[in-house]
Design a protein around this ligand. Structure first.
Ligand code: NAD
Length: 373
């Protein structure tokens, strides 16, 4: 079946890393009978430069009708002095909002060969494979009222509101339970129900969904302070974690560091699968890395793993995703490294050469014929 993939390369290293991910996806067209069609649009600083808007109407139109979106990264020093209304980040928040992408999936997976790169002991992280599901469009980041008031006595009061509707909790819970059912069948819901009543409701709603729809999934609850401790004490106790916008923001960065490098971390942002607009965006966790942009130094693996998530979650091509992840593991096992994951005795390569190595491994694994050049 034809699938239309919109590529939003963005700024900095975005074009370099998305280019390698597209080459890998094209390998599946050549060797695995997929029919991915690619189109491009502007987002972020490049969109501001070329179209006067970080999230122009042309991109909105293209995004709405795509089957899935692959995003590089946005931002950089060039645009930092612009008014906040036209800064590149506006494009990022704009597209999440436009497409209703309420579920952010952040896997933290440690490739055996990189276990040494973690700041934790090898035996704590070796074989780690957890998934953090963060609610992305609600909670304290968006709740009203919010603001800073000056009181009659001249003092100032700043406030935000942690608000969740039951349906917001139910829909993110379903995403997390569905993921758990395809993985280790364990879900841990993280809240602060001992102090925050809105997260007490969160806990109750997650439990209701489990009882009614997912009785075979083991559900546990954990307070966020304990969860942060457990993530660095014994991260392998978790399979899938589901949590609020702010707690997920913090815990997913913490889990990310268990794996060693930003250049290895993919993500997916998903919306309502039955929506009539595109509801899936895949992007690396890292930013536009202006310090190494245009130098063929960026690690493309985070973006290629994001493409692997696209195969798995948007196109139901789990076997193909497995092959791709195996090819990446084999490349790492062969000692090929970009600068960010370089180890003594390994072979240092650039962005494009890492793409070549992964494609060559794919060829080896399935006896394919690549046009890697
Ligand atoms: P960053 O992630 O761009 O870079 C942090 C450090 O990690 C840098 O030293 C960089 O060279 C390195 N790095 C990042 N990705 C790498 C990769 N694939 N391979 C090798 N090294 C890599 O974060 P930053 O420096 O804080 O931000 C730079 C710009 O990116 C800012 O404008 C920021 O707003 C933007 N940003 C965008 C996103 C996004 O588009 N989703 C996310 C974070 C930051």
């Amino acid at each position: 079946m034809t699938k239309n993939i919109l590529v939003l390369a963005g700024d900095g290293i975005g074009p370099e890393v998305t280019n390698e991910a597209v080459r890998v996806l094209k390998w599946f067209n050549e060797n695995k009978n997929t029919d991915f069609r690619f189109s491009e649009a502007n987002l972020g600083g490049i969109a501001y430069d070329l179209e006067g808007d970080p999230f122009p109407q042309t991109t909105i139109d293209a995004a709405r009708k795509a089957d899935a979106i692959l995003l590089g990264a946005v931002g950089g020093p060039k645009w930092e002095s612009l008014d906040i209304s036209v800064r590149p980040e506006k494009g990022l928040l704009g597209i999440r909002k436009e497409l209703g992408l309420f579920a952010n999936l952040r896997p933290a997976m440690v490739f055996e060969e990189l276990a040494e790169a973690s700041s934790l002991k090898k035996e704590i992280v070796s074989g780690l494979d957890i998934m953090i599901v963060r609610e992305l469009t609600g909670g304290i980041y968006f709740g009203e009222p919010k603001g800073v008031d000056t009181l009659p006595d001249g003092s100032r009061k700043g406030y935000n509101t942690l608000v969740y509707h039951d349906w917001e909790v139910q829909r993110i819970a379903r995403v997390a339970f569905d993921l758990a059912s395809k993985r280790g069948k364990k879900l841990c819901s993280v809240d602060k129900a001992n102090v925050l009543v809105s997260t007490e409701m969160w806990r109750e709603e997650v439990a209701k969904i489990q009882a009614a729809e997912y009785p075979d999934i083991e559900l546990s609850n954990m307070y966020v302070d304990n969860a942060s401790m457990q993530l660095v004490r014994d991260p392998k106790q978790f399979d899938v974690i589901v949590t609020t916008n702010m707690f997920g923001d913090i815990l997913s960065d913490c889990a990310a560091m268990l794996t060693g490098s930003l250049g290895m971390l993919p993500s997916a942002s998903l919306g309502d699968a039955n929506s009539d607009v595109c509801s899936a965006l895949y992007e690396p966790v890292h930013g536009s890395a202006p310090d190494i942009a245009g130098q063929n130094k960026a690690n493309p693996i985070a973006t290629i793993l994001s493409a692997s998530m696209m195969l798995r979650y948007s196109f139901d091509l789990g076997k193909e995703a497995d092959i791709l992840e195996k090819a990446i593991a084999n490349v790492l096992a062969s000692g090929v490294r970009t600068g960010d994951i370089m180890q003594e005795g390994a072979t240092l390569v650039g962005t494009k050469e890492m793409g070549d190595a992964i494609i060559a491994q794919l060829d080896k694994l399935v006896g394919g014929k690549s046009q890697a050049a």
